[in-house]
Design a protein around this ligand. Structure first.
Ligand SMILES: Cc1cc2nc3c(=O)[nH]c(=O)nc-3n(C[C@H](O)[C@H](O)[C@H](O)COP(=O)(O)O)c2cc1C
Length: 178
């Protein structure tokens, strides 16, 4: 599988960056992975979809190439004010046809005990609108306890393994239908 991991926040001091890096490293043991980290990129406010843009921003063109390269897109997003960060919504809005047949999978991140479930629910709605397939998810609760150290906690090592198996199963089933 070719997996594109998107790090969905640019906040200074974010914990979601660690989660995205660790999930990417874990996925890379069995699959090809590319990481698109919004913090490392220059993505202006979307004025026009990429397909209609006259002078598209370079990093948005790179994002589109990564989306087209991928079989599976894993969005790693914190929950901000019961939703997702504006920066993440902004990059997602740039594309549409490029998402065709892509499987979206989700890692939502929270310091609290509910694993960013409201962000997950919004991501489901958004990625359905993008024409993607809504795949498995891994909500991360109490992120400071599980991803702050170099080693991911044992609980979340197991959850990452289960999540990756679910993504593999989902991809295998879906690829037989196209
Ligand atoms: C602007 C802002 C809004 C937040 N809103 C929520 C929220 O609605 N629900 C929640 O569980 N955590 C919320 N949090 C806390 C995040 O869960 C926490 O920051 C967590 O570490 C993931 O975000 P991070 O990658 O920015 O660190 C919010 C944090 C910020 C900075």
């Amino acid at each position: 599988m070719k997996i594109l991991v998107i790090t969905g926040t640019v906040r200074k001091g974010r914990t979601t960056g660690d989660v995205a890096d660790k999930v990417s490293a874990f996925f890379s043991k069995r699959h090809e992975v590319q990481l698109f980290d919004l913090k490392e990129r220059d993505v202006p406010h979307m004025e026009e979809r990429l397909s209609n843009a006259e002078n598209p921003p370079e990093d948005v063109e790179i994002f589109a190439e990564m989306v087209e390269w991928s079989d599976v897109i894993t969005i790693v997003s914190p929950e901000y004010n019961h939703s997702i960060p504006g920066a993440l919504k902004n990059i997602l809005d740039y594309l549409y046809p490029e998402y065709n047949d892509r499987i979206f999978t989700y890692v939502t991140v929270s310091k609290g005990g509910f694993g960013g479930l409201r962000a997950l629910s919004h991501l489901h709605d958004i990625t359905i609108a993008l024409g993607g397939l809504t795949g498995p998810s891994m909500p991360v609760s109490n992120v400071d306890q599980h991803f702050a150290e170099e080693e991911v906690s044992e609980e979340y090592q197991s959850k990452m393994e289960r999540f990756l198996e679910q993504v593999e199963d989902y991809h295998n089933k879906f690829s037989q239908t196209i």
